[in-house]
Design a binder for this molecule. Structure first.
Ligand SMILES: NC(=O)c1ccc[n+]([C@@H]2O[C@H](COP(=O)([O-])OP(=O)(O)OC[C@H]3O[C@@H](n4cnc5c(N)ncnc54)[C@H](O)[C@@H]3O)[C@@H](O)[C@H]2O)c1
Length: 268
């Protein structure tokens, strides 16, 4: 398989832990330099563990052990100043940005008529508007270089509904649509855009949601997923492998589409 990733640059949001971190390492193994962007502090909503500065530091060490560079950016995908600073520093250091993994996101339960307006706004602002905020600063670089790949981390919930997750589901369907619109706008510049739709993934988000529900991660995985293959979740490495493929030349004609990594869930 022709990957042709060596020497490329990837900008990854939500990179401190979970899927973003595993993907940074998966790309680093293929010789990709990493710009790791994460809020790296706790927010009051949702009340589970966010990424930390320590995790960013250890990611850098692990990337360097794999022989690539890793720039760390502490910032919020809702804050343009943070994004511009990180994007400019990445461009200065590597001269280009070939891959954007729009991955930062939050999740929390709540019946739609009981949600606070702030919960709705946080969910949509981080999961959907955040992807646009980052994209709009990186797309001009990709247009100038006449090439790039953007992968938006949606969810199986960007392709179906779910109970007590209306704000999350709305944000994730939003990413599915954003992907299609960007694919149309950007194909002329040789920029591909794909949405990724994992079932439950074994990450701190999953652990945190389970704890908030008073369940074990396995119980919550089984309740929410209903995968056809008998696993409660997929691993972060499965997501990383998907992104490595989608970012590579082997996926050169994949754009505008949904890449489903669901252990068969949506087939039920
Ligand atoms: N875990 C799952 O079961 C699952 C399934 C499908 C899709 N997803 C999606 O995959 C993505 C990654 O999820 P995960 O499971 O790795 O989550 P996670 O909570 O384990 O990690 C998310 C990372 O994003 C960072 N982050 C959160 N808000 C941010 C902000 N405003 N700005 C910058 N960084 C921010 C966090 O600090 C954290 O390091 C999310 O978009 C999530 O919705 C998750």
């Amino acid at each position: 398989m022709e990957l042709n990733l060596k020497g490329k640059t990837a900008f990854i949001t939500g990179a401190a832990h979970g899927q973003g971190r595993a993907t940074a390492l998966g790309l680093a193994k293929e010789g990709v330099n990493i710009a790791a962007f994460d809020i790296a502090k706790q927010l009051s909503y949702p009340q589970y563990k966010f990424g930390s500065e320590d995790e960013l530091q250890t990611l850098k060490v692990e990337c360097e052990k794999l022989g690539v560079k890793c720039l760390l950016h502490k910032g919020d995908v809702r804050v343009d100043e943070d994004i511009q600073k990180a994007v400019n520093a990445t461009k200065d250091a590597f001269g280009k940005i070939d891959i954007l993994f729009n991955n930062a996101g939050i999740c929390a339960y709540g019946l739609t008529h009981e949600l606070e307006e702030s919960a709705w706004d946080n969910m949509l602002d981080i999961n959907l508007k955040g992807a646009w905020m980052v994209g709009r600063r990186i797309i001009p670089i990709m247009i100038e270089q006449r090439g790039g790949v953007i992968i938006n981390n949606s969810s199986v919930l960007g392709l179906r509904g779910a109970n007590r997750l209306s704000h999350y589901v709305a944000s994730k369907w939003g990413l599915t649509g954003l992907t299609k619109a960007w694919a149309i706008e950007l194909a002329q510049y040789n920029i591909r855009v794909v949405s990724l739709h994992p079932t439950g993934v074994n990450t701190p988000m999953n652990d945190g949601l389970a704890a908030m529900e008073g369940m074990t991660p396995k119980e919550i995985g089984e309740r929410s997923a209903g995968n056809l293959i008998n696993v409660p979740w997929v691993e972060t490495e499965d997501v990383a492998n998907a992104v490595v493929f989608l970012a590579s030349d082997s996926a050169r004609y994949v754009t505008g589409s949904e890449f489903i990594l669901d252990a068969g869930l949506l087939t039920r």
